[in-house]
Design a binder for this molecule. Structure first.
Ligand SMILES: [Zn+2]
Length: 472
């Protein structure tokens, strides 16, 4: 079945123009004006922007954490993602020390395969580097197309790796063609500060933030960047929350190191004071790194505008307030870390960023889609509007005003961190490989229709550096 999108304004990471898009067999086959499309279904995008489907490079769906499991799984999570204009996610596959990597990957395939309504891929967590792991990794890359590894510098005694493991991961990734993703916080010092706070009877949610100061994110970011530089490898710093970390990334890049940074909606809009909400509601805003003092937001916006930060992930990791976040009443260390972010990612950046003149429309598309496609081996199949690309397309109304609320969102979780926030812009229809998943704001997709994506190796010669700094 052919489809033709007419009357819309196409937006890519580099261009904004009026044209029609002809879709056939799930691909974009023509872009132009007055296209002949006999027998094609016409989609009228009048007054709308037409841009490539969002790529969320940072999600945790159906993930066990702190004795519970994230509320959103691959079905509710990807449905919510689609409503928000995201057509591909890359989720983190957790591994256990001593366990074959292929078992962990199999577990993630089982979680996702009959549920996802959009396309998806996995990053692989690295918790140890030994002969067994080194023997298995080439297969992981070749057979599974998993070309990005995640290392945690925090969560002592849970996920945290030591510096030797991190450095060996950089060396290995360089040899194999993978991108190293790092959660950069100094877990040892946080562990000390946390125990000290609890011993002093400081148990409220705010102490989650106060025991994870920005200095420790900056320190870990700088340490990872230096190790990356020493190994001449490649680093992607996830969820950058503060000025301290931005500074380290900028300095590393000035030295010529291959370092990129991601930030997330929560750090641009919310701040540390949310953790002080009464009646334990501060727990809704507990994630790591924590929300920072408000002045950091301006630094993050400027970094997005100036090309010092490069992607915009959700770090979707949702837990109900009732029954899940509440596990931490009387002990902030038992509050499951994470928030529901997958659905509002594009709208937050559009409304707060584009509409308020902080970033350009093309930068918006680069941040929510194109750059992630390039860094994670999905470009040009994903991440742009071009002939031959998958027809993953968002038809977006840039003028509609609405209020974000848990009552109307599509995530399974019982609260929304942006409750009551007025935003401008909303996806009207969303196509994945030419098929509607959202049509006129209604879900029309099918669980299991999402396809697993094998990704290309990390390649410094890929067009990653194009449009590094886009002017407004
Ligand atoms: Zn995360």
């Amino acid at each position: 079945m052919k489809k033709i999108i007419k009357n819309g304004t196409i937006v890519t990471a580099s261009d904004t123009y009026q044209a029609e898009i002809l879709i056939e067999d799930g691909k974009i086959v023509q872009i132009g004006t007055n296209l002949s499309a006999i027998g094609a279904e016409v989609i009228d995008a009048k007054g709308c922007l037409v841009f490539p489907g969002g790529i969320d490079p940072h999600t945790h769906l159906d993930m066990p954490f702190g004795g519970t499991v994230t509320k959103d799984d691959f079905e509710s999570g990807t449905i919510a993602a689609a409503f928000g204009g995201t057509t591909t996610i890359i989720d983190f596959c957790l591994t256990n020390k001593g366990e074959p990597l292929k078992n962990a990957i199999q577990t993630w395939h089982e979680k996702s395969k009959d549920k996802a309504v959009i396309d998806y891929s996995f990053h692989l967590m690295i918790s140890e580097i030994n002969d067994k792991v080194l023997n298995e990794l080439p297969q992981v890359i070749h057979d599974e197309g998993i070309t990005s590894f995640k290392v945690f510098m925090a969560y002592k005694n849970v996920f945290q790796s030591d510096d030797e493991t991190l450095f060996k991961t950089f060396v290995t990734a360089k040899e194999l063609g993978a991108l190293v993703m790092v959660h950069a916080e100094n877990g040892d010092v946080i562990d000390y500060l946390t125990k000290k706070a609890l011993a002093e009877g400081k148990t409220d949610p705010i102490y989650h933030a106060l025991t994870r100061p920005a200095e420790l994110e900056g320190e870990a970011t700088g340490r990872a960047a230096r190790m990356c530089g020493l190994a001449d490898s490649q680093l992607y710093v996830v969820h950058v929350s503060c000025a301290e970390a931005v500074k380290q990334i900028t300095e590393a890049r000035k030295k010529g190191f291959n370092v990129w940074g991601e930030t997330c909606p929560q750090y641009l809009v919310l701040d540390q004071s949310y953790l002080e909400k009464p009646n334990f509601e501060g727990a809704k805003y507990v994630w790591s790194p924590p929300l920072r003092e408000k002045w950091n937001q301006e630094v993050l916006w400027n970094a997005l505008k100036n090309g010092e930060l490069h992607t915009f992930g959700s770090d979707q990791c949702s837990f109900d307030f009732k029954g899940q976040k509440e596990l931490g009443r009387g002990d902030f260390t038992k509050i499951p870390n994470g928030g529901p972010m997958i659905e509002d990612r594009l709208t937050i950046l559009f409304s707060e960023g584009v509409k308020k003149g902080r970033i350009s429309l093309n930068q918006f598309v680069d941040l929510v889609s194109t750059r992630a496609a390039k860094l994670f081996g999905l470009f040009p199949k994903k991440g742009t509007i071009a002939i031959g690309a998958d027809a993953d397309i968002v038809i977006f109304d840039p003028n509609i005003e609405r209020v974000i609320s848990a009552e109307t969102h599509h995530m399974a979780v019982d609260y929304n961190a942006f409750e009551g926030m007025k935003v401008i812009g909303e996806p009207v229809s969303v196509l994945v490989r030419g098929e509607y998943v959202i049509k006129d704001k209604q879900f029309v997709g099918k669980p299991g229709s999402g396809q697993y994506l094998k990704r290309a190796k990390f390649n410094m010669n890929a067009p990653i550096h194009q449009n590094e700094t886009l002017s407004i």
